[in-house]
Design a protein. Structure first.
Length: 325
């Protein structure tokens, strides 16, 4: 017979049990990780199947190319992930785990071929930085600082190569009406968003100053950004040399940098389609035969997109499963 509790003593009735909460949370986490893994596999299969003729054509043309130059191009491709990690480390004030940072850049490059306009890489890096303890605002600012450094570095390379190859880069004619409309739109946006823009700009400038107060961080940011753009141009140059493209390396590099900058205006996943067309056009305008220019673009895409795509998406799934992302 159960004894009665004395008057005023606390009873155990109505106390919620939490026995199943950890199990439920763990089950949901496992289900989410499995869904992310499955999504990455499906994306890899879909993209590879959709562009399979391009992959086969590029592989056949590279099979008869110079192996030494192809090895140089492959080494430059691998080095781009390390340079991206270096630039990302330079954009934040706290140290990041080096091994995971490089792995995240490799996975982010694959995610960038699934979503347009750099959204894939941005989302992966944003998640990684927040998992490393940075706030969402600080993480977004770090990505903005890195993107700005990359754009400035690319512009500097274009300016230097344009001086080396005079007459190759022709600026498009922009009418005064278009310039006036653009100035009016920007001015109106600045007036309407003056308060929020001022606060955001103040926060960004504070982070930029904090990064540049440490010379090693500033060197990592700018050196990594400059090396990243240079190495991508080097991949195209090496593939062009492997296929005996009748253009000097400086002209090939300038054509790539100009085409990749113009392709940003038409955002597609990884620049697939927009960068291809712009680069073929730039190479042919520089004097290369159309078929040879297309072969160079196919080789560049095979080394930088199709070969690393499945391993990159697999790395993304593993990082998500291990809660790095």
């Amino acid at each position: 017979m159960t004894p009665l509790a004395p008057p005023g003593a606390p009873t155990m009735t109505g106390v919620p049990t939490t026995t199943g909460v950890p199990t439920t949370t763990a089950s949901r986490r496992v289900s989410l990780q499995a869904a992310v893994t499955l999504a990455m596999v499906v994306c890899a299969v879909y993209i590879a199947r959709r562009h399979w003729p391009v992959i086969v054509t590029g592989a056949r043309r590279l099979a008869v190319a110079d192996r030494g130059w192809l090895l140089v191009a492959a080494a430059a491709t691998v080095a781009t992930w390390g340079c991206s990690a270096l630039a990302q480390q330079g954009a934040v004030t706290r140290p990041l785990p080096a091994g995971r940072l490089v792995a995240v850049q490799f996975a982010a490059s694959a995610a960038n071929h699934v979503l347009p306009a750099g959204l894939g890489a941005g989302a992966v890096n944003l998640r990684f930085l927040t998992r490393c303890g940075l706030s969402v605002v600080r993480s977004a600012t770090a990505l903005g600082v890195k993107a700005t450094a990359g754009a400035v570095s690319r512009g500097c390379l274009i300016a230097v190569l344009a001086l080396v190859c005079p007459g190759l880069l022709r600026l498009p004619h922009i009418s005064a009406t278009v310039v006036a409309i653009a100035v009016a739109v920007v001015g109106t946006a600045v007036v309407l968003l003056r308060g929020p823009l001022r606060r955001a700009l103040r926060a960004v400038l504070a982070d930029v100053r904090a990064v540049h107060e440490v010379p090693a961080r500033a060197a990592a940011l700018w050196g990594g950004s400059l090396a990243f753009a240079s190495l991508h141009a080097s991949v195209v140059v090496a593939v062009a040399q492997a296929l005996d493209l009748p253009l000097p390396p400086a002209q090939v590099a300038l054509a790539y940098l100009a085409a990749s900058s113009a392709a940003v205006l038409l955002p597609t996943p990884g620049g697939i389609g927009s960068l291809d067309a712009a680069l073929v056009l730039a190479l042919t305008m520089a004097g290369a035969p159309g078929s040879a220019a297309a072969s160079v673009v196919l080789g560049y895409r095979l080394l930088t997109v199709w070969l690393p795509l499945v391993p990159g998406l697999a790395a993304l799934a593993v990082l998500a499963r291990r809660q790095v992302l």
